[in-house]
Design a protein around this ligand. Structure first.
Ligand SMILES: Nc1ncnc2c1ncn2[C@@H]1O[C@H](COP(=O)(O)OP(=O)(O)OP(=O)(O)O)[C@@H](O)[C@H]1O
Length: 587
């Protein structure tokens, strides 16, 4: 039995006054029960669901499931089936079955491959998607997407299923089908309780009981067929208009006054919610007085068996590394299936070294003369300038490729992340999964660019470790920073534009600092990722003929390769911490 007692919640209001979202909300629901929480927009339905899910801590009140206090000890992720509002949390490029299999693997719903397959097949049948299991999610119609969303919440066999605005936007026929589907879901496990928060009033008869919320107050709780009677309206559709005629608090007070009589008539509280007697208004009560009259309902209904209290073992979640491993595999398969994405990366892989080579080609003779030992100033100076510029361009191009990888990575999938996080996926696993997906791509891009330029120029000056490692580290550091921006941005467009601005700042400051006094550099350098990649490589040329002219041409200071690597490591860590903080943030 789920029992909610005197639940109140306050949020900061627009003015100085705090906004009371829930006021002394109380009701209960036994196992096997399907309950609708209805109310006009802003009445507190989502807030109530979030409290039940352990996502929001209430100001006061208790929520218990059996003997367990869900405020102090929220449900384990695998005991909760959370069906969020919104349709953007599915993985469009996976099939229906793959979406469910991925959710099952991330939640540990099956130790062996066969167990996962069997669990997924059961869910497919339950939600009625077995005939289109191999369809891509992007091809599904809205009602099918909703069924998939419900299926994703069911893979770990949850005891409580919470659906937020599950039927919004559906036609009346589909709505009716979905309410029947929720009943089926509740019957799939004897102790399961399904709660649907909705403002739709069309098919209330499909629910075992209905809680009517109005501006945070419970205005009614009981079987749907008593709703029109209680509110003295001919149809469900007119309930909200009726609610609006009195202040919410009066509806709340009125319900408190009559609740016990109604519960006695409905046999609520004992776990049975199907016996209804007519209720009539007492003209003597200004608010509303209900006189309960028992109708001759059948004994069969009255003695409906309380739901069983079977409890099944909780499925343990997989460890962070198994989750991260699955996320990386999934991300690679999504990359393969998204032509726009892999074509972009492939084009950059080919195009970026080509752009750098364009600068190099007209100056190849100078580099050849330097290798031949020329010391003529009209060779040494332009050759040194070419090397300095080519290193800078190489670093900036690697950073641009890192930006393409990191900036949208989390912001674009935020809704998916939120759903999976509530389903027990650890933020650390998402962080690791994102990094392990991006870093090999950056490594390949930067090493390939270096090799390509070496081949074109017959060997650029500099030592291998600095030449190979510093561009890769610059890319990794900037990718992590962009990932941090992505995790903290409200949209992918915003994340991309902030990251692009940061890259432009790197370009401008790098260029400007070449001519600025050194003291200025000491203030600004710590913020410029590109500077460390560039200056670490230039410093590694100290023993070559290129170094002196570069040192004289630019007024800035060079970090040693070791310091450059350390600072790029610090930038990488800052990006990782930013990402972690962003992933901890609740939507
Ligand atoms: N974190 C918050 N900060 C400020 N206001 C909030 C917060 N959470 C909820 N509210 C406010 O509390 C009220 C109830 O919100 P809630 O989302 O629970 O209502 P709802 O019944 O689910 O509405 P809808 O059907 O439109 O989703 C609204 O006025 C909402 O703006």
């Amino acid at each position: 039995m789920l029992e909610i007692n005197n639940l109140s919640h306050v949020v900061p209001g627009k003015g100085k006054e705090p906004l009371r979202v829930l006021e002394q909300v109380s009701f209960s629901a036994p196992g096997g029960h399907v309950l609708a929480v209805i109310g006009p927009s802003g009445s507190g339905k989502t807030t109530l669901l979030r409290i039940l899910a352990g996502l929001t801590e209430p100001e006061a009140g208790t929520v218990t499931l059996g003997k367990r206090d869900l405020i102090k000890q929220p449900l384990y992720a695998n005991q909760l089936g959370w069906v969020p509002a919104g349709d953007d949390n599915l993985i469009e490029h996976l099939t229906v079955r793959e979406n469910l299999t991925s959710a099952a693997m991330l939640r540990g719903a099956g130790r062996t491959r066969d167990e996962v397959i069997s669990r997924v097949s059961h869910v497919l049948v339950t939600v009625g998607l077995e005939n289109i299991a191999t369809e891509r999610t992007s091809a599904l119609a809205l009602p099918q997407r909703r069924r998939l969303k419900l299926g994703l919440a069911l893979v770990a066999d949850p005891v409580i299923v919470l659906c937020d605005d599950f039927t919004v936007g559906l036609d009346v026929r589909s709505e009716r089908e979905f309410e029947a589907l929720l009943k089926l879901v509740a019957s799939d496990r004897p102790d399961r309780i399904v709660i649907h928060a909705t403002d739709a009033l069309a098919n209330l008869g499909a629910y075992d009981t209905v809680v009517v919320l109005h501006e945070g107050y419970v205005a009614f709780h009981g079987p749907a067929r008593a709703v029109p009677h209680y509110f003295t309206v001919p149809t469900y559709d007119e309930v909200y208009a009726r609610l609006a005629k009195r202040p919410a608090q009066r509806w709340g007070d009125s319900w408190m006054k009559h609740r016990d009589a109604y519960y006695a008539a409905f046999k609520l509280g004992g776990g049975v919610a199907d016996k209804l007697s007519a209720a009539e208004e007492d003209p003597g009560d200004e608010d509303r007085t209900i006189i309960m009259k028992q109708k001759g309902d059948s004994d069969e209904e009255e003695t409906k068996k309380p739901a069983e209290t079977e409890t099944r073992p909780i499925i343990p979640l997989p460890g962070i590394f198994s989750q991260a491993q699955h996320l990386v595999k999934r991300r690679w398969s999504l990359l393969r299936r998204t032509p726009r994405e892999w074509i972009t990366h492939a084009s950059l892989l080919v195009g970026a070294p080509g752009v750098a080579a364009l600068l190099l080609l007209p100056n190849l003779k100078l580099l050849k003369d330097m290798r031949g030992g020329s010391t003529a100033p009209d060779v040494v100076w332009p050759a040194a300038n070419t090397v300095s510029m080519i290193v800078l361009i190489q670093i900036l191009l690697v950073m641009f490729m890192a930006l393409r990888l990191g900036a949208r990575e989390i912001a674009e999938r935020r809704a998916l992340y939120e759903r999976e996080r509530i389903g027990g996926v650890s933020p650390t696993a998402w962080l690791l999964g994102s990094l392990l997906f991006m870093l090999p791509i950056i490594l390949v891009q930067s090493v390939w660019m270096e090799m390509f330029l070496d081949i074109v120029s017959d060997g650029l000056p500099g030592t291998g470790p600095a030449k190979l490692l510093l561009p890769a580290l610059s890319g990794a550091a900037f990718a992590a920073i962009c990932l941090g921006i992505s995790a903290n941005s409200g949209s992918k467009e915003r994340a991309h534009s902030i990251s692009l601005t940061l890259l432009c700042a790197n370009v401008l400051l790098c260029g400007a600092l070449l001519g600025f006094p050194r003291i200025m550099g000491h203030v600004v350098h710590p913020f410029i990722t590109a500077h460390y990649g560039w200056s670490g490589i230039i410093d590694s040329l100290e023993k070559t003929a290129y170094f002196d002219p570069i040192d004289k041409m630019v007024k800035t200071w060079f970090a040693t390769p070791d310091l450059a690597m350390t600072m790029l490591g610090v930038h990488f860590l800052i990006g990782v911490v930013l990402t972690f903080v962003g992933l901890q943030r609740r939507a």
